[in-house]
Design a binder for this molecule. Structure first.
Ligand SMILES: C[S@@+](CC[C@H](N)C(=O)[O-])C[C@H]1O[C@@H](n2cnc3c(N)ncnc32)[C@H](O)[C@@H]1O
Length: 184
């Protein structure tokens, strides 16, 4: 997505097969993307910072200590002025979805109640191949400004409407519902 907007992009996943699929897709689209096999709960160990982090379908996998570790990793990897966008399963979605934790607005706010700002939590959908209604989701925007907005450093701006349009596209069609969680 970010590469499609002309930005330097890094894709992180723990599963080699997920990275292969993403790599094939980037190649087919002629996008230059760096892919890393890495645990998102340990993003800080990369020793890098990211102006924008896009999370489609990861946050809702974690709860308890894993969620806290992921949020701490985001805090380390997204500097003041950076942004975090998350698209995750909502508690509005009916039925069971394996390892996914359906998120309430309250628990999203609680997870990020660390002095950093949650700018918006909006009802949204994740498109999937097996159901034209898609999955009921939350689209969350978090701004890592710790002081006044947009002062600390020149983060590469991502045009918000374009980003939202890309997020709404959801994952590419896959044969089995809802996803394969890979070989990790
Ligand atoms: C629901 S899929 C979403 C994949 C992709 N973002 C998409 O929208 O198609 C969740 C992905 O999170 C990856 N994952 C799970 N735990 C992870 C972790 N600790 N660190 C990095 N990736 C992880 C899984 O391997 C899987 O590819």
């Amino acid at each position: 997505m970010a590469a499609g907007l002309g930005l330097d992009a890094t894709g992180v996943d723990l599963a080699a097969n997920a990275l292969r699929t993403a790599g094939d897709k980037a190649h087919a689209r002629g996008r230059a993307v760096r892919f890393l096999r890495h645990d998102a709960r340990r993003l800080g160990e990369l020793g890098e910072v990211f102006d924008t982090v896009l999370d489609c379908g990861l946050f809702h996998i974690f709860d308890g200590e894993n969620r806290a570790a992921y949020v701490a990793a985001l805090r380390a990897a997204v500097p003041a002025g950076g942004r975090y966008f998350m698209l995750g399963f909502s508690d509005r979605q009916q039925g069971e979805w394996g390892r996914v934790h359906k998120l309430t607005r309250v628990e999203i706010e609680a997870a990020f109640a660390d002095g950093l700002r949650v700018d918006s939590i909006e009802p949204s959908t994740i498109e999937i191949a097996t159901d034209s209604d898609g999955i009921q989701a939350w689209l969350v925007e978090r701004n890592a400004n710790r002081r006044s907005p947009c002062r600390d450093r020149a983060a590469q701006p991502v045009p918000r409407p374009a980003l939202q349009a890309l997020l709404q596209q959801g994952p590419p069609p896959r044969p089995a519902p809802p996803w394969s969680f890979g070989e990790w």
